[in-house]
Design a protein around this ligand. Sequence first.
Ligand SMILES: [Zn+2]
Length: 467
Amino acid sequence: MNREMINKEKSKRIIRKERGITLIALVITIIVLLILAGISIATLTGENGILTQADNSKTETRGAAVEEAKKLWDAEKEMAKRTGGTAKSLSDLLDELEAQKLLIGTERQDIEETGMVTIGSRTIEFENERALVTMLKKAIEDGCEGGESCTDKENHLHIGDYVEYNAIATGDTIDTKETINGEEKDKYKYESQSSANGYTTLEKQTYTVNNYGETVNWIVLGLTEDEKNILITTGSPVRKEADDPYLYLQGATGYINAEDELNNISAIYGKGDYAEGARSITVEDVNKLSKYNPETEEYGKNQLYEYKNTMTVKGDETGKYSWSNATNGYADGTFSGIHTSNGFSYIENNEVKNISPADTETEISLESTYYNYNANGKVSEKIYNKFFNTGSKYYWLASRAVNVYPYCADFDVRGVDHGSVYAYGLFISGGYEALFSCGVRPVVTLKSGVTKDNIKILAEQTEPTWQ
Ligand SMILES: [Zn+2]
């Protein structure tokens, strides 16, 4: 190469360099163009930016497609029902949607566990015919109580039906521990201390899941308020000890802690596979079964103890007590004697308080929340036998009540006893304390998407005899 050629080559390179445009210049140019076009970076990438909008609309489109597929599936099922053909199962449908990339991440799991999924602004509910919730709703809709005369054995689940639930989760044993607030505890055992249950004869009363090798039979109690979950309870109350199955609750302490202790014992049963947790059975549960509505039943109408009647009590100059201002118009009056020799005691905000007859200043307010009824004749024989006719057993309800008489007030824990929804007075206004013992009936909430493949429906079971 001679000099001339080299120079020529150099000048070519220079020209090329000048003709080229750097990336940075390009970006600046684009930004300038965008600014000129009135589009800011925020418009592109902000919350309402073009890119986000595009992403949202993609999700919305996907949601619409899933909703469409679900509607088609519903139509297919309806068609199959009418023509006697078969429709694809929920899991087949979910397989298809996943293959089409219409379901992503944990969406399938959401559908299987809760029966619904939210994609963008859409919440899509899937009715799984094998889901226990669907089956129970269907039986209620068809007015079927089960038994031999069941009109659709394949698709029904009824209140009082037996199901197979194991309160111990897969992989756990009776001795499995769990850590709560940094403290290691027995997962399947609860010790009710005498300081909580008030029964000082025993230091503690211990409950352990299935501790006596006896099968606990679980039965369907109903649906949760939002109708998304199935509630199951034990056929019989659970046992504490082989020779003494009952939980003892005594006095003001027992009354104050009754609901907590019953719920704590019950909680050890709510840790099995497919369970969301457990609590004790309550008066609301049994009222729902018997359709007893205390708000409309007018228990004790026009009496001092009328349900929800509130009155004031205070000392009286004559050494008696007076009641007055009853909300139901019950006449004012005075009382003394049998239950007030130690002053008038009562429990307010979980504390025992007392007013002496000489105290004419302090005025306390007492609301009567007591009622009782016999469920016999109010419910079907099946419901009566499963929940009310307890035979030799009695069970607590984690519900308290105050019973106001013309001369005293009882502080009660409710229970079910020989067909009756009843209440046991653990603390009486004269300061008297009483002891009662009843069984514990846990109520387990099953996860909402649970199917009959997860929790098997069983034929009639034999309930263990206690005594
Ligand atoms: Zn049925």
